[in-house]
Write a protein that binds this ligand. Structure first.
Ligand SMILES: Nc1ncnc2c1ncn2[C@@H]1O[C@H](COP(=O)(O)OP(=O)(O)OP(=O)(O)O)[C@@H](O)[C@H]1O
Length: 459
């Protein structure tokens, strides 16, 4: 691909707010005319990335090029971009026409040119008959259309949209999604769209950029992201998934739920811990029979309009299954998954690893605290060490004061027979915890690490 095919090039961009890293080494190239969606949970850095493109904030490191020009230091009004915000940000005292004409008047364009441009952009958003209406008299969806008309009237090369539909009710949002897609086609300009709504991202985009914790997790088409998620975070965030711990026995053979399954994946090595992802619609459910790979008991069943959604307990693993066939709670059923529907992913980590310092033979400092540990002989006091702690050895407490340190639950992954939690410690390092206890996103917790759980390793 030639460089000039890209209208936006983001190279090694990081953004720090004091100690806080909002974006870490972002690399992204956007093609002219593409509809790109930046998708991720609250706080992952998507708005910050958009603000860097708009020029409302400046990068801490790295470089941004738009339309071939390095614009890292260019002020917002000199960039070939325009932004549509979630709150319409229209002037309440001006009518629709004057709202859209506002920027053009500041540029001192002639009346005739302004009129032509305003009419054209109103036509683009399907609001031709609304020129002289007060913006207050319009519905939320109509106001957002006016906001888009105001943004496109300047004929930007790139339109940045920051959750533009988030304030609308569900029905209006769905209608507007379709209209946005049409508008994108008609306008032929590049859209960079921010949302935390995965369905919206799948519906609208040519390309989805999935982010978490200030980093890009995956870039791909909606189909790629849904069918081939790069890791368990993406699999969980996009659609519903069964995500389980497994072991790659050898090429084409994976073990989970105490059973060996044929799969199509190769090159993971032998006896390698992996994440296994299976979409609920890819599991066949039927009356118990010899054809079954797993046998289980239905725990719950809900009619979802077209299909049934059932949970099935196989041993101590719970599977989510979607099928047109209905089974009752308590039924014993067989489950089967085809090899190509078993997705194998490298585990990003198999235990927590922290940088630390050995204080004396029985004390080590990491995560900003001093922890007692079992006697250490591999390193000398004062030496830098690595500290490993298994996920299931970390104890979380309701009462923050009970922990050696405190933190906040940031992400919860259900893995069939336990929860895998990502906890952001107040020391600003992530701590990964396996637990059977039920926590919610955003819960404040105390974090305790027993001495016997701490493995000190020489760096
Ligand atoms: N001006 C700022 N000063 C300090 N921290 C900031 C600032 N702006 C953003 N952050 C932090 O940077 C991180 C990313 O924020 P950002 O608003 O980009 O996330 P987001 O994915 O858009 O979230 P949301 O969907 O909730 O808006 C957050 O932890 C946020 O608290």
């Amino acid at each position: 691909m030639q460089e000039e095919d890209f209208i936006i090039e983001i190279r090694n961009v990081s953004k720090f707010f004091g100690e806080k890293t909002a974006l870490e080494c972002i690399n992204l190239s956007v093609r002219k005319g593409e509809f790109v969606t930046i998708l991720g949970p609250s706080g992952c850095g998507k708005t910050t990335l958009l603000r860097l493109l708009a020029g409302f904030q400046t990068v801490s490191e790295g470089e941004i090029r738009i339309a071939g020009k390095e614009i890292t230091q260019t002020p917002p009004h000199k960039r070939p971009v325009n932004t549509v915000f979630q709150k319409y940000a229209l002037f309440p005292h001006l009518n629709v026409y004057d709202n859209i004409a506002f920027g053009l008047k500041l540029k001192k364009l002639s009346k005739a040119v302004i009129e032509r441009k305003v009419r054209a952009s109103l036509k683009m958003v399907g609001m031709t008959d609304y020129e002289f209406r007060d913006v207050d008299s319009l519905s939320g969806g109509q106001q957002q259309r006016v906001a888009i008309a105001r943004a496109i009237v300047n004929e930007p090369e790139v339109l940045l949209l920051d959750e533009p539909l988030a304030a609308l009710d569900l029905k209006m949002r769905k209608d507007m999604q379709m209209e946005l897609k049409e508008m994108h086609k008609r306008l032929g300009i590049t859209f960079v769209y921010v949302t935390h709504d995965q369905e919206e991202a799948l519906t609208l985009s040519d390309t989805i950029v999935v982010m978490s914790d200030g980093r890009i997790q995956q870039i791909g088409t909606p189909i790629d992201i849904y069918n081939e998620p790069a890791n368990s975070f993406v699999a969980d965030f996009i659609g519903e998934s069964n995500i389980l711990n497994g072991t790659m026995i050898k090429d084409n053979l994976v073990r989970f739920c105490d059973t060996d399954f044929e799969c199509v994946d190769r090159g993971f090595g032998e006896q390698t811990p992996v994440d296994v992802v299976i979409r609920p619609e890819d599991i066949y459910i039927f009356q118990q029979s010899d054809a079954a790979q797993l046998t289980g008991v239905v725990q719950s069943t809900i009619f979802k309009g077209v299909h049934y959604e059932m949970t099935v307990l196989c041993g101590d693993y719970e599977f989510l299954v979607q099928d047109y066939h209905h089974f009752e709670v308590g039924d014993t059923v067989g489950l089967l998954v085809k090899p190509m529907d078993i997705h194998i992913m490298h585990k990003e980590r198999v235990c927590n690893t922290f940088e630390g310092k050995l204080l004396d033979a029985e004390h080590v400092e990491f995560l900003g605290c001093t922890f007692a540990c079992m006697p250490v002989s591999c390193a000398q006091p004062g030496e830098k060490v690595s500290v490993e702690v298994d996920f299931n050895q970390i104890i979380l407490q309701d009462n923050e004061e009970d922990g050696a340190l405190t933190g906040e639950v940031r992400f919860i992954l259900y893995k069939g027979n336990h929860y895998h939690l990502t906890v952001l410690s107040d020391w600003d390092e992530l701590v990964y915890v396996d637990t059977n206890d039920v926590w919610d996103d955003g819960d404040r917790v105390g974090i305790t690490i027993p001495a016997e759980a701490i493995r000190v390793v020489k760096c």
